[in-house]
Design a protein around this ligand. Structure first.
Ligand code: NI
Length: 169
């Protein structure tokens, strides 16, 4: 396993639609394991393959950040099959450093996909788990959470990101 580099907003891989995985082969298993290691090391609650530069539909979510294996979800080709309710909560993203904003998400979702053995799985999540699943699946469609905000908020964030990029240069 290896920790992979997390791509930051501005990288074109983050705005591209990721490809469905045709077969859960060794390369996908390795990718998923690296993603788990990367998200635990960050630390973060979830990660999508485009965030490590791979345009494939693979996500990992672990609200326990490595503390409880039962909370680790690795999904290949995840799809939201049902969603219910609405919740507003602050959200962040490993690809958008230092920015946290309130985002509206469904309160409950059902997500279907494949596990690392290629078997169909379905999980149901509420609240923070629903939020994390929606956030990661958005990444697979090239959508960052900041795009869900108002034009004014987005303008403020662009300015902040430019300033912090300039500060690091
Ligand atoms: Ni994210």
């Amino acid at each position: 396993m290896a920790i992979r580099e997390i791509r930051i907003i501005g990288d074109p891989v983050l705005t591209r639609k990721a490809e469905p995985v045709a077969a859960v082969d060794e390369a996908i298993v390795r990718l998923a394991r690296d993603m788990v290691e990367t998200v635990h090391a960050a630390p973060g609650l979830g990660l999508a393959a485009p965030q490590v530069g791979v345009g494939k539909r693979v996500i990992v979510v672990d609200l326990s950040v490595g503390e409880d294996e039962s909370q680790l979800h690795v999904l290949v080709n995840p799809e939201i099959t049902a969603s219910e309710g609405e919740a507003v909560c602050e959200e962040g993203c490993l690809s958008v450093p230092d920015i946290r904003e309130k985002v509206v998400r469904p309160f409950r979702v059902k997500v279907r996909g494949l596990d690392l053995e290629g078997r169909p799985v379905e999980i149901e999540g509420e609240d923070l788990l629903a939020r994390a699943l929606c956030h990661e699946i958005d990444h697979l469609d090239g959508i960052l959470f900041v795009e869900k905000l108002s034009p004014l908020k987005r303008a403020i964030i662009r300015k902040k990101l430019r300033k912090s990029a300039a500060g690091k240069a």
